[in-house]
Design a protein around this ligand. Structure first.
Ligand code: ZN
Length: 315
């Protein structure tokens, strides 16, 4: 059914179950794939999400009524009207989920953001069969190949200069801390005060211990092998920082310009991993969201129908 899940001004809407997925504006019933800001917003009457997603949201949205949260376990199905819903791990950040919706013997899988690369700090992605795969296409381009993460992180051992390492606060900062702990054990990690509460949530609910200290103004003034993890805004505002090597962790080439070292570590699938997920899911149709599905469409020409998710402007 081409209108099973449609893009509206408020977000992705399923009229057959009367719910939204990752809505941008307040709605009655919201299924949240993961806690990143472009997916998880406050103000919904009911929020259905995994346990850690609700904890991240409670940290961020202090005013949201605690009674609005309903915790969903992975692999346990429930119904909204006649739509059977099941959450599966997406491998993107702690608590991230793919959302399977079954209706009239058709399986619709909304991937949310997801990745295949190893990440000890979150649940690994589970392959899910689907008739209709609704996938993000952030890096759906054959020219995008994410390099090996161990080789990337090991580049930071080439210098003992202190570093400012910019990254997203939720997910990436914790993954980097773990990778640095394991592959660059000589480095001491300091985290920005906005990142620290998220590290603490990972300490409580995550899968691996993270070794880090909270940053204070004195620590980076001298010494060697110190790495200061900061959110993007802080990173950008210190673009003239002296006596530190500036590095930003991202899959985007444009975010590597003007930095002293490049660090290609992404929490999204690259082209090859996207194809592997599609093969495992074995869909008849692919609906694309977030990004550009044009190259996917030409790659699967004559084999799988690929199109953008239908848009409805009337809502
Ligand atoms: Zn995300």
């Amino acid at each position: 059914m081409a209108d099973f899940l449609v893009e509206t001004a408020k977000g992705y809407y399923c009229s057959y179950g009367d719910f939204y997925i990752d809505p941008l504006m307040p709605v009655d019933t919201a299924l949240i794939s993961h806690a990143h800001g472009d997916h998880a917003r406050p103000g919904h009457r009911r929020i259905l999400a995994t346990n850690t997603t609700t904890i991240f949201m409670q940290h961020r949205f202090a005013k949201q009524d605690l009674k609005s949260y309903k915790v969903i376990s992975y692999n346990e199905s429930f119904f909204l009207a006649d739509v059977k819903i099941t959450f599966f791990p997406a491998g993107h950040i702690l608590g991230s989920a793919q959302i399977l919706m079954e209706y009239k013997e058709t399986r619709y899988l909304y991937t949310g953001d997801y990745k295949l690369q190893d990440d000890a700090t979150c649940e690994p992605l589970v392959f899910v069969k689907a008739d209709v795969l609704i996938t993000e296409t952030t890096f759906a381009n054959p020219n995008i190949v994410h390099p090996d993460q161990v080789e990337e992180i090991s580049k930071l051992t080439a210098t003992n200069h202190n570093m400012m390492l910019g990254c997203y606060s939720l997910g990436k900062a914790q993954r980097l801390t773990y990778l640095l702990n394991v592959y660059c054990p000589e480095k001491v990690i300091y985290v920005h005060h906005n990142i620290a509460p998220i590290h603490r949530i990972y300490d409580t609910y995550g899968f691996v211990p993270l070794k880090y200290e909270i940053y204070n103004r004195k620590v980076m003034k001298d010494g060697i092998n110190k790495i200061y993890l900061v959110p993007p805004l802080t990173f950008n505002s210190y673009f003239r920082a002296k006596n530190v090597i500036r590095v930003f962790a991202s899959g985007w080439k444009r975010l590597q310009h003007n930095n002293d070292l490049s660090l290609y570590i992404s929490d999204h699938v690259d082209w090859k991993d996207l194809l592997q997920c599609i093969e495992a899911s074995n869909p008849r149709e692919i609906w694309t969201v977030h990004g550009d599905g044009a190259m996917l469409k030409s790659y699967f020409e004559g084999k799988i129908v690929v199109r953008n998710m239908a848009k409805i402007t009337a809502f």
